[in-house]
Design a protein. Structure first.
Length: 245
């Protein structure tokens, strides 16, 4: 049956829809043109925010690797991972999921993030997305972070709580803002759902979002979780914004 379906519907590149042949089955295949344009973070990376670092052979699992931003800026979460750099085909995919009405991309992107986030999840971890305000949710019709976090949780058999955090107020977009403006814009906008406080107590949490730039949103979410009595918080994003890009 699978062979017949592949004949009728040949696999396509997830980024450009070009037919692809060979390789592993399942979501997330890339054509030879798009693969080099998708910068997966597989080598040395900051253990706090996931940004790629010059690789000295220590690899991605060195817990002591820390970028300049995380050395100079307080990060309330403990560990962080990112699947790819927010540029090239990776940026195109994230924007299509977020603004292009392409929720069908979620399985492929979530599979990439599930592999990257594996070291951050154990049997007791709660997986939760960064929430959207109702106004933005009605406009977009889905929360892209929740689509991803649900599949990440399912892959690792972890508890998924899509309503763990709430948006207390609508905030303008973070794009084209300086670091200070980003933190000011999100301040006080996130809170723990009162109905989830008991389930949250002392349990580790993995926060999931599509993109991290300054880390302001993740910091606000982490502060809310810790204030409500959570255990240690880790963060995982599809794409990490890099200054050079």
């Amino acid at each position: 049956m699978k062979g017949a379906l592949r004949l009728l519907y040949p696999p396509q590149c997830v980024a450009c829809s070009t037919p692809v042949t060979g390789g592993a089955e399942g979501p997330g295949q890339l054509c030879p043109a798009c693969f080099p344009e998708t910068r997966f973070i597989t080598g040395a990376a900051c253990a706090r925010c996931g940004v790629p670092l010059p690789d000295d052979g220590t690899g991605a699992d060195d817990p002591t690797l820390t970028c300049d931003d995380c050395l100079s800026m307080a990060r309330p979460w403990q560990r962080g991972r990112a699947a790819m750099v927010y540029s090239g085909a990776g940026r195109k995919l994230v924007l299509a999921l977020k603004h292009g009405d392409r929720p069908d991309l979620a399985p492929a992107l979530a599979a990439w993030l599930a592999r990257t986030a594996a070291p951050l999840i154990d049997a007791d971890t709660i997986v939760a997305p960064i929430p959207l305000h109702l106004r933005r949710l009605l406009k977009r019709r889905y929360n892209q972070a929740a689509l991803i976090s649900a599949r990440v949780a399912r892959t690792h058999k972890a508890l998924h709580l899509p309503d763990l955090l709430l948006r207390c107020r609508h905030t303008p977009g973070q794009d084209h803002r300086g670091v200070g403006d980003r933190f000011a814009n999100i301040a006080g906008a996130l809170a723990v759902n009162p109905r989830r406080v008991a389930a949250l107590r002392d349990r580790p949490v993995l926060l999931v979002d599509d993109v991290m730039a300054s880390g302001a949103t993740m910091a606000a979410a982490t502060d809310a979780l810790l204030a409500a009595g959570s255990g240690p918080v880790s963060v995982a994003v599809l794409a990490r914004s890099v200054k050079d890009d």
